[in-house]
Design a protein around this ligand. Structure first.
Ligand code: SF4
Length: 294
């Protein structure tokens, strides 16, 4: 629970505040960008919510915050905002919320399917979310983009008898996963669900393409809000920036309209524009390799 005594000094005076336990994961800025802003190493309340919509978004951010770093001066009506989760993204795709500190506040997603639902990476394991997943028909598959964002996937798998999918190169984080992806070739798990290995951030990083439209990208690719362009980070390419560049080039030949990342902003663009953005990103990544003579 957030502690007002630790409130960061940049907070605008008023009901909502961020405290110094914030890990700067960006979740609140994605959910309520008109309220929360970045202050270097933490978020802060730039403007107090001015409308019921902004207040609801700020409450959703409070609930999604992995470290409980957002607080209100008075008891808040979070049960109402809580019922918003999983939050609709588009069609049958939802954002789970309740980001886990075990994945450094990574986003997770839920796809509702008549043949069995999918969880993409893992939120915190909470009775409320378990009930929500139960009401939606449970979880058949848990796709894990890479070793860092597995959070509490094992608990969800045990509860719902789900089949976890991870690349064998990252299986150390989930040694008893039911389905292992091997090599570099894309694998269709079910019609409309294709796993594409994208080594770079980690050796076994993969993305999931759904309906040739939604791409769940883990820590491989995201949207940069301020620069308004697709991005990836050499600083967190734990395995290889060169391999990540090659993986990105491979993705530029795949059509999709949504980027749904673990960390960073999601984005929806027409397929043609998405491809152009991706080709530009590949160009910037190649230039960064040439700059260091790789
Ligand atoms: S969601 Fe929480 S931890 Fe993440 S940036 Fe916002 S206040 Fe900080």
């Amino acid at each position: 629970m957030a502690d007002f005594k630790k409130s960061v000094r940049e907070n605008a005076a008023g009901e909502f505040f961020v405290d110094s336990t914030c890990i700067d994961c960006d979740t609140c800025r994605q959910l309520a960008p008109s309220v929360f802003e970045e202050a270097g190493a933490t978020s802060y309340v730039r403007v107090q919510p001015r409308t019921p919509g902004e207040e609801r978004a700020a409450l959703q951010a409070l609930l999604a915050c992995p470290t409980g770093s957002i607080g209100t001066l008075h008891p808040n009506p979070s049960p109402e905002a809580r019922a918003d989760f999983p939050l609709p993204v588009a069609e049958d795709v939802f954002y789970c919320g309740f980001n886990s500190p075990r994945s450094y506040g990574g986003n997770s997603y839920f796809v509702v399917q008549p043949g069995g639902n999918w969880l993409i990476d893992s939120p915190r394991y909470l009775p409320f979310l378990v009930r929500q997943f139960e009401k939606a028909g449970g979880i058949r598959y848990i796709f894990l983009t890479h070793r860092d964002d597995v959070a509490e996937a094992a608990k969800y798998a045990e509860r719902f008898k789900s089949r976890r999918i991870i690349h064998e190169e990252d299986k150390g984080s989930q040694p008893d996963a039911e389905i292992l992806i091997r090599g570099l070739e894309a694998v269709e798990i079910e019609p409309d669900f294709k796993v594409i290995p994208t080594p770079g951030h980690t050796r076994g990083h993969c993305v999931l393409l759904y309906k040739n439209k939604f791409l769940f990208t883990g820590d491989h690719l995201w949207w940069r809000r301020k620069r308004r362009q697709l991005g990836a980070s050499q600083n967190v390419a734990w395995y290889s920036w060169r391999r990540q560049t090659e993986s990105m080039e491979k993705l530029s030949r795949v059509g999709f309209e949504w980027v749904l990342p673990g960390h960073g902003q999601r984005v929806n663009l027409p397929a043609v524009e998405m491809r152009r953005e991706l080709e530009q990103l590949v160009g910037r990544m190649k230039a960064s390799l040439e700059a260091v003579g790789e």
